[in-house]
Design a protein around this ligand. Structure first.
Ligand code: NAP
Length: 311
């Protein structure tokens, strides 16, 4: 006889969390959700999820609690803070943090939970909002192998490539590796498209010609068409991208490792934050290059020099 699926509590229904929770619901997990801004629970409730009153309530009523919020202090607040997961979690239950946060502070959160007999995995994700919707995320998991095995059916409902990469905190470290590679790819994509625009070639033909070749990447395939269409809606916001780069640069600094490309991209995004684009998608990195070059991608030519308009 098949084992019943564990009950899952899901905290944080943002761009990623909402879609990940929906895939758990579709896979048949009993699901209890909570979000700080209460209105974001409505669609999932209509599809069959129950709604909890707060992190402690959700933890008390769930075998596995998944967290997907913005930054390190946010995870600390909803896991360790007043009315947080730790206040409600049953000994033997499992907390899975799928946010991208500091590896060192992840180890400390895991230690605090283990002291009370509550297990933790760090399981940040990659694959963008598209991957969250399609259930094809890459999930990089840090923590104890027995708990990874326990969480595997839930991971399989949300992701395609699930890799146990090491002990507590290792998932977050690997996610930062992912972010370093991703942003430098984004810079390469934006620079290539800027050059193509200045050259006067058809940008759709450029994408068609090079996406399947050696220059191909997830960024080029998924964000390239958005840049050409000047679609700056967020799959992943610049403000959150900056948070990831800050984490990577902090860890690199502690290790004494230079991060040339990621450091440059961090500074370019900073100029966009100052210009008011922090809540746009990270593909808007192209705008930072446009401003330096006085050219706009996808508009069919040179802007006439000077600073390009805020579009
Ligand atoms: P998002 O759309 O901005 O959602 C953030 C979520 O966190 C919202 O549900 C928000 O609640 C909640 N939150 C933030 N601070 C909180 C706090 N102090 N207490 C309670 N809830 C809090 O962000 P997202 O794109 O889903 O990203 C979520 C995580 O996944 C981040 O760590 C991000 O780096 C990571 N990630 C994102 C992507 C992507 O492509 N978007 C890809 C991989 C990984 P409210 O609704 O009340 O604001």
């Amino acid at each position: 006889m098949n084992q019943p699926l564990p009950s899952i509590g899901f905290l944080g229904l943002g761009i990623m969390g909402h879609e990940m929770a929906r895939n758990l619901l579709k896979a048949g997990f009993p699901l209890l959700v909570w979000n700080r801004t209460a209105g974001k629970t409505a669609a999932l409730a209509a599809e069959g999820a129950r709604v909890g009153t707060g992190p402690a309530d959700v933890a008390q009523r769930s075998d596995v609690v998944i967290v997907c919020v913005s930054d390190t202090p946010d995870v600390e607040e909803i896991v360790l803070g007043p009315g947080g997961v730790l206040a409600g979690a049953r000994p033997g239950s499992l907390v899975v943090d799928m946010s991208t946060i500091s590896p060192a502070r992840t180890r400390e959160i895991a230690r605090r939970l283990e002291e009370r007999g509550v297990h933790m995995l760090d399981a940040p994700v990659s694959g963008g909002s598209e991957g969250a919707t399609r259930g094809t995320l890459s999930i990089m998991v840090g923590g104890d192998a027995t708990q990874v095995e326990r969480a595997m059916p839930a991971f399989r409902a949300m992701g395609k490539t699930i890799t146990h990469v090491g002990p507590a905190g290792a998932g977050q470290t690997v996610k930062l590796v992912n972010q370093i590679v991703a942003v430098v790819n984004m810079l390469a994509m934006a620079e290539g498209l800027l050059f193509a625009e200045a050259s006067g070639v058809d940008l759709d033909k450029v994408l068609e010609a090079i996406t399947g070749g050696a220059a191909g990447s997830w960024m080029l395939a998924n964000r390239g068409p958005q840049v050409v269409a000047r679609d700056w809606r967020p799959g992943f916001m610049i403000d959150l991208q900056q948070k990831d780069l800050r984490l990577a640069l902090e860890v690199a600094d502690e290790m004494g490792v230079p991060l040339i490309g990621a450091g440059l991209v961090f500074q370019l995004y900073r100029t966009l934050q100052h210009a008011g684009f922090g809540r746009e998608g990270n593909q808007a990195l192209a705008k930072a290059l446009e401003r330096l070059a006085g050219i706009e991608i996808g508009t069919g030519g040179v802007s006439g020099g000077g600073v390009v308009g805020a579009t």
